[in-house]
Every structure is written in structure tokens, then in C-alpha cells.
Ligand binder design. Sequence first.
Ligand code: 6DK
Ligand code: ZN
Length: 370
Amino acid sequence: MATGYLYHELFGWHDTGTNAGLLPADHRAGIQPLQHFENAETKRRIHELVVVSGVIDQLTRLEPRKATDEEILLVHTEEHLARIAAESEQPKGGDSGDGLSPFGPGGIEIGRLAAGGMIEATTAVVEGRVDNAYALIRPPGHHAEPATGRGFCMFANLAIAARAIRRTHGVERIAVIDWDVHHGNGTQKTFWEDRDTLTISLHQDRVFPPDSGFITERGEGAGFGYALNVPLPPGTGSGGYLSAFDRVVGPAIDRFRPDLILVASGFDANATDPLSRQGLTSSTYRTMTERLLDLAATHCDGRLAMSHEGGYNPVYVPFCGLAVIEALAGVTEPLADPYEPIFGAMAGLELQPHQTALLDQVVPLLDDIH
Ligand code: 6DK
Ligand code: ZN
């Protein structure tokens, strides 16, 4: 088994500045300078743990390249690309579209590298150079819509890779599982009328974007039924997530029979994340990865590629990331997560009745997947 792993130091140089999390630092308003939530630290520390743990020796290193205009335009409008290019030339950089998504001068080059990185990881999987792959890229992509960046995202890395691999390698049916705690609105919007791309987003109900990710959003036209949303209540732990896999993700993929599975992999549903209220630990991420590996083995010769998204606690995210990468690589003696006994022992992480009630509403929607 070969697992592709893609990271580049330039991802750590994507400069989101010192907004105090989400708002510009302003002493008059009492907002102290601090790194933006989406800073390099969690991702760089995943990479360092992959190296220091020795897992890197069991991976096949993949090199990113910059996505071309043509590739970016597979998803985005000319106007979006031109605006990012123009702001990237400004001496102080610009913003991807919503004021929450700053980048430094020349920032488009790192955005191109993230999108091109996911294209490379996906291509390596589809060409059989590796069995599966993890693209540890930055800036993230799942909130970026065809006409604008949003929610810390510049370009829709995963959606661009899906369109690119369909064009270059004729891959038809692609299933996208998004386990970032926020709604994968950009991916959903891109494939809204596409019945060959099944998008499933597991997220915390009404966090970001605050007005999307409802179960009533199901796609339109030929794509009706091929967008699935699982807006989990706050406080959902491993019980709720694994039940969602048992009752929604697994059966939906079985019905869809994908040729390729892509994952928008954020670690912000972890029990310590500052931007959410969920309760996952590394063992749940490991188990979800194993479930997807089984599904990929059943339907598409194991073809699975993951694109990194969010996750904001620099202490804990690396253990979640390592668990996923170890699972992909079939590492037989994984590193013990020292925090698992603490965060995994909290009360209420087992499946709760109100979580079952939400899943009960989603399950009937699978009937429209063919
Ligand atoms: N809320 C991400 O982790 C990005 O999904 C998450 C972005 C969360 C922003 C929270 C926020 C607002 C702001 C304004 C109005 C309402 C709500 F893309 C990933 F990085 F992966 O600002
Ligand atoms: Zn997120």
C-alpha cells in the first residue's frame, strides 16, 4: 500500500495577518492583535508530527504545482480569478472576497499551489502511483464559490481537482465527503446541478456560513438528490458521527457507486476547537478514515484523496491529522494520542436521541440517489 502525502513550506507562508481571529485588531475597541484563526500553526504542526513520528517514512511524498488559469476557471469565474490576481499585486495584499479571508502580497501564488496540490494528489491516486493521498494544503477551499472566495478560502481546491480529473482522466462519478465542522457551501454550489458529483457535508448546524447547510438543500435539476447535508447539533461526539457514517455516508456511497472518493478534511469538529462545539477525538477521525477506505475498496479500487481544510487548536489538531494519515497508510503501530484519555472520556459523546432524530430526517433523502 502506498499513501501519497503532499505538503510544501510555502503553505505556511500564506499570510492571513494579525486580525484578532476574525476582526481587525483595534485598541479602541479592545481588540488585541493576534494571529488570524486560519494561520500556519495547526498545519505546520501536523507536518512536523508526521516527520517526527517517523510516519513520513511510510508515505510517498508528492510535490505540489501551481494550478493554471485554465484549471481554476473549471470552477471559478474570470472575474473572481482577475480580482484575486489584481489584489495579489497590491503592496499589502488583499482579501478573497468576504473580509474574513485576507492574503499577503503575491498570495495568489500560494492559492494556486493549494489548488494545484489537490490536483496532483488526486491525479497520483487516479493514475495508480499511490493508493490514496492526503494533501496538507493551505489556504483551505470548501467555502470558495464560483464567483468569490469566502470563509478563509481563496479557490475551491477540491472542486477544482474533481473537475480537472474528470477532464484529464475521464473519472465520472465522484463522491465528496466533507467532515470539516463548517458547511461545505462552495463545493455544494459548484456541483448543485451535477448528478455525477455527490456532495455530503457533515457539519455543526448553523455555524458557518450561518445561513446554509440545511437538510432542505438537495441540489437542483439533474443534480436534485445529489447534495446531502447533515447539520449535526452542537455537542455531537463519536457516537453521532459514527451513526451518521452508518446511516447516511455508507449507504449513500453504496447507492451512488463512485469511481473516486474525495474528502474535505477539516479537524475543527475536535473536542477542543475554538470555532465549534463538537466532541471528536483522534480515534473518531481514524475510524471515519477506515470506513471510507472500506467504501473506496468496495466501489473504486480504494481510490481516495483528501484535501485539508480547517482545524484551529494547535495542540490537538496534529494528533487528529496524524491519525487520518496513519489510517490511510495502514500504519500498524500508530502513535498513541496522549489526549484521547482526557477528551474521549467526557460525558455525552455517545449517540444522543436528538442526534438520532436529525439523522432520521436525512435517511429518507437517500432514496433519490441512483
Ligand atoms: N463567522 C473553515 O474551517 C473556515 O471551514 C471556517 C470559517 C469560520 C468563520 C466564522 C465566522 C461569521 C462571520 C460573519 C458573519 C457570520 C458568521 F475553510 C475552513 F478553513 F476550512 O466568521
Ligand atoms: Zn471549518
